[in-house]
Design a binder for this molecule. Structure first.
Ligand code: LLP
Length: 446
């Protein structure tokens, strides 16, 4: 819980956005994703303001919508004056349906399909982030057919190894993303792209990874990107005007993580901005327009997942499992990254913690753990558990494994809760299934 969050404990009850967690659970059912609207908006405006304060507004934060994508998120990003980054036709479609201004959409992806490229050009996506030559060829043709010049950035790999889980590092030398600067591939790709008549190269993008706390990693990325701009300028005469540093700012999950204040987040932006300014001076190139793509830091700590306890099982001398009504279907992050979480009993949030337990999900899979080895008071069937910091990459990575339904999401503010994503129904699970006609026939012949 931090200064930005409305999460608090009142009379032993966990409260978020002025709503009691237990009442939310009763009204909307569990599992339930709960999002704190004030938190999201504060973080969005923090990034917007930081670019204004430290870089004369010469830039734009893009909400990395892969962290949590739904109509309401694009609406909030728009009303806070942000752009967005999308990475699939599905995210693009959602932004489009939310009425998000397409000129402020940046589309990523290392493997965009023909359909996604066409959709992007048809919708008028402002900037495409190129990650291969094939897509450049297709985009150039589509842009020519439409009679436009498509703005593009090139994703480069500056080779900054950030200290984070290796699955979420994206700038290792063998990364599938972008063109490495170190071996000259990035420069070669720039030369190729400059030949296309219907592509307008604005500059370069990088993203070094996620859940990063070291300011120095971002500074290093900014330095490397500026050096790359200078090298390209020297070798080709092409002057980049945009640098996108990506996202990656870390958040608090457990006491193993720092609790960043608003000033801390601001200081990341300041450090990046100062690096761009000083490097521009040193290298005698112009100060580029700065793009940032925060995702996790905008929605992560804004989200809480509520579960109902179903069963408590002791494996004598080894473990106690508290099994809940959700699991890896709504939060696969433990299964994927051994992620750690802080868990509270929402209806006895100030009770002393008496035991170390593992929160197990309901899927047929031993790895279906929501959080391992967490401290809780005594709990039993019907208690409501709250898993904190589940706003980013939980709903967005949810699945229907075991044909469990994906929970809904509510947005809370000032004691009011509004649905932003409906809970899936059992009918939703079968609505896309089709029984082949031939099966019906074979029934007749049996
Ligand atoms: N920009 C690009 C190009 C990205 O690939 C990402 C995240 C972001 C921005 C946003 O990064 P953030 O500010 O959220 O760290 N599923 C993993 C995280 C994967 C991150 C993928 N890319 C997790 O649950 O931890």
């Amino acid at each position: 819980m931090n200064e930005r969050s409305t999460l608090c404990i009142k009379k032993g009850e966990l409260v978020i956005g002025g709503c009691k967690a237990t009442e939310l659970a009763k009204e909307f059912g569990t599992p339930l994703y709960v999002f704190d609207e004030d938190y999201i908006r504060k973080m969005m405006s923090l990034y917007k303001g930081a670019i204004e304060r430290h870089y004369s507004g010469n830039g734009l934060p893009l909400y990395a919508s892969k962290a949590f994508s739904c109509l309401a998120m694009y609406k909030m990003a728009d009303s806070e004056g942000l752009g967005v980054d999308v990475v699939s036709g599905g995210e693009l479609y959602t932004a489009h349906m939310a009425g998000f201004p397409m000129e402020k959409v940046y589309m990523h992806g290392n493997s965009k399909t023909d359909e996604e490229l066409k959709m992007a050009v048809d919708y008028g996506v402002g900037t495409m982030v190129l990650d291969c030559l094939e897509e450049a060829l297709i985009l150039d043709r589509l842009a020519r057919e439409k009679g436009i010049k498509q703005n593009v950035l090139i994703r480069v790999n500056p080779g900054v190894e950030a200290h984070t889980h290796k699955y979420v590092q994206t700038s290792r030398p063998d990364s599938k993303f972008g063109f490495p600067v170190a071996d000259g591939s990035a420069l070669r790709f720039v030369r190729e792209i400059l030949k296309f008549e219907n592509l307008n190269l604005l500059g370069f993008h990088c993203h070094i990874g996620s859940q990063i706390f070291e300011k120095q990693s971002f500074v290093l990325a900014a330095q490397k990107m500026m050096s790359f701009v200078a090298v390209v300028q020297e070798m080709t005469d092409y002057e980049a005007s945009v640098i996108d540093i990506g996202g990656g700012f870390g958040i608090y999950y457990t006491d193993e993580d720092p609790r960043l204040t608003e000033e801390d987040y601001e200081s990341y932006v300041e450090a990046i901005a100062e690096t761009l300014k000083s490097e521009a001076k040193r290298l005698e190139i112009k100060e580029p327009y700065l793009l940032l793509e925060p995702g996790r830091s905008i929605v992560g700590e804004a989200g809480v997942t509520l579960y109902t306890v179903n069963t408590v099982k002791d494996i004598p001398r080894l473990k106690r499992y508290v099994a809940v009504d959700g699991g890896m279907g709504d939060n696969p992050r433990y299964a994927l990254y051994q992620s750690k979480y802080t868990v509270l009993c929402a209806n006895r949030a100030d009770a002393a913690t008496e035991q170390i337990v593992s929160i197990a999900g309901k899927c047929c899979e031993s790895g279906d753990i929501v959080a391992a080895d967490v401290a809780l008071p005594e709990v039993g069937r019907g208690d409501i558990l709250a898993v904190l910091s589940t706003g980013a990459y939980n709903y967005s990575m949810a699945s229907n494994y075991n044909r469990n339904t994906i929970p809904g999401a509510v947005l809370v503010k000032d004691g009011r809760a509004e649905t932003i994503i409906k809970r899936q129904s059992l009918d939703d699970l079968v609505c896309l299934d089709v029984v082949p006609e031939s099966f019906e026939k074979s029934w007749v012949t049996l």
